[in-house]
Ligand binder design. Structure first.
Ligand code: GUN
Ligand code: ZN
Length: 490
């Protein structure tokens, strides 16, 4: 990898990054969102993108190349002048058209040289976006072709233009991982996880999560990762927590075209809205009825503007959460607004061990907001730590107060389980938890007891619990003596 990418604040596998784009002479702060510009179909003028918070846009060099007028203009004055945007510009290659129409009349070397000639800051080879669920043979064969093209791309002289190395592999996590490892080894610069658009369109956030995490396992930690074609704000928090650094949104314009209104928890049809649930300038100045009554062009433009505002607002919220260390809380709250988001979050939690490797050891706060919180990487990390802690003699683990009949006295708290009292003021044991704990939290605490007891076979344990459910008590090893210390239990 040649691109300079400096990672700052981290949370989960997410991070704030500083990505240098040398040809544009700018450093972009990630996570960032690039509005997609179709040069034949401009809904919001790119010169206005900075109003919304855009530092970078993406457009399609294949469309420019195949339109004689645009081609001439782009070669003549350059993309920045042509689009009226002086931030960084990424260009795609025509791979998307390849996926849609089966063939295109260009190839990697030619299109990269063209992208360079029109002044692109980040170019893209002709990768093959293999769709989800294809036969393994097809996924492997197409990945091999993509890999040859990435190797070729690394030999094309494109000056200081950065070059994308898309990671394909369909819905086969092992292929995605191999693809990530290979792409990272090419010496190219940015790493888009490709062909996730069909997953996005079908709200398959669980499969998207698997694809991203698999690609990340193959890529180096310092690799800037782009979620190619992914622009719905309802999944920005999730994707950022998985370690995606760049997003691009065609959704803001495509959805506006058929009266769809983006929100952080899903999509609404303008016709169904009595009120605008948003405080962007568009929504503050208009009612849905007013927008509905406008002509198609005005309506589309206003909806596209709202869609951009809500998308950039969510990117800022994600960045603030990264700095505050509460990105997983944001992901969890987004997850609980839509069942498909919840599937994405639960898939992320299935990989808590992968996230644990980059999740900071200390943050300001841990808010337990549902049974899903019991599976967060911080809980897993505490459980692993319990396996390494030594205790001996008669040990009391209790949610209540101690007793000098015991050699050692530890606290117990759901969802973490036992911990030495000296750790009670350290993260994550400072977690804010509800008084009405759920079954999942108690079961996680019981898992902690089990790990500590199994790691210390010579010690004898007594667990003072406040009315744990049977499902949690069933997880505690039999040799741990149980004492119900709740008022009802006495
Ligand atoms: N746009 C959306 N997905 C893809 C992809 O997989 N490859 C390329 N080149 N462009 C895309
Ligand atoms: Zn709005």
């Amino acid at each position: 990898m040649r691109a300079v990418f400096e990672v700052g604040a981290q949370d989960g596998a997410g991070r704030i990054g500083e990505l240098e784009i040398p040809r544009a002479g700018v450093t972009v702060e990630t996570p960032t969102l690039m509005p997609v510009v179709n040069p034949n179909l401009i809904t919001v003028e790119p010169s206005r993108f900075p109003e919304f918070g855009a530092e970078m846009l993406i457009t399609n060099s294949y469309i420019v190349k195949n339109d004689p007028e645009l081609n001439e203009q782009a070669l003549d004055e350059g993309l920045h002048e042509m689009l009226g945007f002086d931030g960084a510009i990424m260009t795609d290659s025509g791979s998307f058209q390849l996926a849609e129409y089966g063939e295109i009349d260009t190839h990697t070397e030619e299109i990269l040289e063209f992208q360079h000639a029109i002044g692109s800051d980040v170019g893209t080879p002709v990768d093959i976006p293999t769709p989800p669920d294809v036969d393994r043979d097809q996924a492997e064969a197409e990945l091999a072709t993509t890999q040859e093209r990435l190797e070729l791309a690394a030999t094309v002289d494109v000056g200081d233009m950065l070059v994308n190395a898309p990671v394909q592999g369909s819905t086969y996590p092992d292929l995605r991982e191999d693809a990530g490892r290979h792409a990272y080894g090419t010496g190219l610069d940015l790493f888009p996880v490709g062909a996730v658009v069909p997953l996005m369109n079908q709200y398959r956030y669980d499969d998207m999560t698997e694809a991203v995490l698999a690609a990340k396992r193959g890529l180096g930690r310092d690799a800037p990762v782009h979620l190619f074609g992914a622009g719905h704000p309802m999944m920005f928090a999730l994707a950022a927590a998985l370690g995606c650094d760049l997003f691009d949104s065609a959704a803001y314009a495509i959805y506006a075209r058929d009266d769809r209104y983006l929100t952080v928890s899903g999509t609404e049809h303008l016709a169904d809205l009595h009120y605008f649930p948003c405080d962007c300038p568009v929504c503050a100045d208009h009612t849905p009825a007013e927008v509905q009554a406008m002509g198609a062009a005005d309506r589309e433009k206003l909806l596209a503007e709202h869609n951009l505002h809500v998308s950039f607002g969510e990117i800022r919220r994600v960045k603030q959460a990264l700095k505050s260390g509460n990105l997983l809380e944001l992901v969890e709250s987004r997850a609980h607004a839509h069942p498909d988001s919840l599937d994405g979050y639960r898939t992320l939690l299935d990989h808590a061990d992968q996230l644990e490797a980059s999740d900071p050891a200390s943050k300001d706060a841990f808010f337990y907001t549902s049974a899903d919180s019991a599976r967060r990487p911080e809980v897993l990390r505490h459980h692993r730590r319990l396996e390494r802690l030594d205790v001996s003699g008669d040990v009391l683990l209790t949610e209540g107060s101690g007793s000098d009949r015991f050699d050692e006295w530890w606290n117990v708290e759901a969802p973490f389980g036992p911990y030495p009292r000296a750790l009670s003021t350290t993260y994550p044991l400072t977690a804010e938890t509800p008084d009405r704990m759920d079954r999942g939290g108690f079961e996680a605490a019981a898992e902690g007891v089990r790990r500590l007891a199994e790691a210390n076979p010579a010690a004898s344990f007594t667990l003072g619990h406040r009315g744990w459910p049977d499902s949690a008590l069933a997880l505690v090893p039999e040799r741990v003596e149980l004492v119900d210390i709740s008022p009802e239990g006495e």
